[in-house]
Design a protein around this ligand. Structure first.
Ligand code: TXE
Length: 482
């Protein structure tokens, strides 16, 4: 049984409560770790450490901070296999995916912000020959970073690295469902020379210790990724305290396929967009809209392509779909498949749990599921399922596709497949989302603004956006007497 501890002031310490939550390995459906059940007392200790550290860290030069972040990146890279296995055991995703996506991206996040921070410049405006304006940018102070269970270290690092790069101290809370790799990061930070108290990692329940972070008066900004409902709860506490907030929330992303698409490529990319990471990525294309002239051909080819995505033991390289992250989420996803039948849908592939033999016989696995025959505005097509479940909906005109695609409360990402450039740009401009991929999916340039509209979030991460979020800007105007 692995006991996880909080990482406060550069040391691994037990929660003040000395109480622990059960940590599960979803592939075997069994408890394998203990997770601190922290509360506001642990937050208070972390804030004390962060306050003392801020004076030191904020006075490091940008280059000194960047050097340490680059050492942390190298430290993770040196232990990539170990981090990847820990991620898979905690989250249930295939090990090969942890190795090629999650952990390498965490390394890239540290490298990217370590280097991008070196080129963030201020502004200068010359009003006239005697009046000049320049901006000064300073760290906010102590910030809170709260991250989810689907891409644990990938998103944990995506939040803390811009904050650290700009001289802030961080109180970070990973999901209690997938705490392992965040916990391991503490020792890498110590080895890299990150001063103690700069990064504090606290584990525990969202409504308990997560809300204590949100509510703490000395924590001046909150960066959150998770469910829309949780985002609203965080806002309810933080908004009246005038805290800066970056909220990356849910999605119900449309994948719009026109009959003039590159067919083979579209089928393959649509399958990846639907089922990568068991469909547990906020950017997954879970509502597939196909032009009616292509519908039957696409449906048949898509089913055949998805059949290749074998569900299995995440430790096996042959497994394309791993375990669902938790029993409650497993049941939530199955409940939506049941709802789809009630709403008149037809299950054309999958539709239930999978018995994986051997060590995974008690694990939580669901077949990649494809549903057709649902109204575009039914609950299954409006609500975020966040699992290996997609729907197919035909459309006839571009206008109808846009109407259906834009019909949900979400607006995070969209994929469009067409070889007609004018149509691609026209549809991209009219889609209500923060991110649009044309003839591709999940191609990521970390310099680009990342985030959604409507109930998919507030603000943008990525590039200079994230660095500016974690700083305050001051304009200084000087008049020189003639
Ligand atoms: O997320 P939660 P969950 C969606 C997906 C999923 C749903 C809920 O639909 O089914 O959100 O997933 C912490 N104050 N996404 O329950 O609850 C919590 O401990 C402060 C999309 O995992 O939002 C965890 O660290 N913190 C998303 C983090 O918030 C609170 C990825 C996320 O947990 C809190 C994951 C509170 N009151 C889920 N309640 C994406 N956009 O990628 C919880 N937390």
């Amino acid at each position: 049984m692995q006991r996880i501890l909080n990482f406060i002031n550069g040391e691994y310490v037990a929660p003040v409560s000395n109480q622990y939550l059960k940590g599960f390995n979803p592939a075997i459906g069994a408890v394998y770790s203990e997770v601190p059940d922290s509360d506001e007392r642990d937050v208070a200790l972390a804030v004390k450490a962060a306050t003392a550290a801020f004076e030191v860290w904020s006075n490091y030069t940008q280059e000194q901070r960047s050097d340490i972040l680059l050492k942390i990146a190298q430290g993770i890279e040196n232990r990539l296999e170990e981090f990847a296995l820990a991620e898979t055991n905690d989250q249930g995703k295939p090990l090969w995916l942890s190795k090629v996506m999650d952990i390498p991206r965490a390394v890239s996040n540290f490298k990217f912000y370590a280097t991008t921070a070196l080129s963030l410049s201020g502004e200068f405006h010359k009003t006239d020959s005697q009046i000049f304006n320049y901006t000064l940018r300073s760290p906010i102070g102590i910030v809170g970073c709260i991250s989810p269970w689907n891409l644990p270290l990938y998103l944990f690092s995506w939040k803390i690295t811009p904050a650290l790069a700009m001289g802030n101290c961080v109180i970070a809370k990973p999901s209690e469902i997938t705490p392992m790799t965040a916990s391991m990061l503490g020792e890498v930070c110590n080895a890299a020379g990150l001063p103690k108290g700069v990064l504090n990692i606290i584990h525990g329940l969202g409504p308990k210790v997560g809300s204590s972070i949100t509510a703490h008066q000395d924590i001046k900004a909150i960066s959150f990724t998770g469910g829309t409902k949780t985002g609203a709860e965080i806002s309810r506490i933080a908004a009246p305290m005038f805290k800066k907030m970056s909220l990356e929330l849910g999605g119900k992303n449309p994948n719009i396929i026109f009959d003039d698409c590159d067919f083979e490529k579209t089928v393959k990319i649509s399958a990846a967009a639907a089922f990568t990471n068991q469909g547990e990525i906020c950017l997954c294309g879970s509502r597939i809209f196909i032009q009616d002239t292509l519908y039957e051909r696409f449906k048949n080819a898509f089913v055949e392509e998805v059949k290749k995505r074998k569900v299995g033991d995440p430790l096996l390289d042959t497994s394309r779909v791993g375990a669902i992250v938790s029993k409650p989420h497993f049941e939530k996803v199955l409940s939506y498949i049941a709802l789809a039948k009630e709403e008149g849908g037809s299950i054309i592939l999958g539709g239930g749990p999978v018995e994986v033999p051997g060590r995974c016989k008690d694990g939580w696995f669901i077949e990649p599921t494809i549903i057709e025959g649902l109204a575009y505005d039914c609950r299954v097509n409006r609500e975020e399922i966040f699992g290996p479940v997609v729907t197919l909906v035909p459309f006839s005109t571009e206008a109808e596709a846009l109407k259906m695609a834009n019909s949900t409360q979400y607006g995070l990402a969209c994929t469009i497949f067409t070889e007609n450039l004018s149509k691609a740009h026209r549809v991209a401009a009219k889609i209500e989302s923060g991110i649009v991929w044309i003839n591709c999916w999940l191609e990521r340039d970390l310099r680009t603004p990342f985030g959604g509209v409507k109930q998919s979030g507030v603000g943008r991460e990525g590039g200079f956006e994230a660095l500016k979020f974690f700083t305050e800007e001051k304009n200084v105007c000087i008049k020189i007497d003639s």
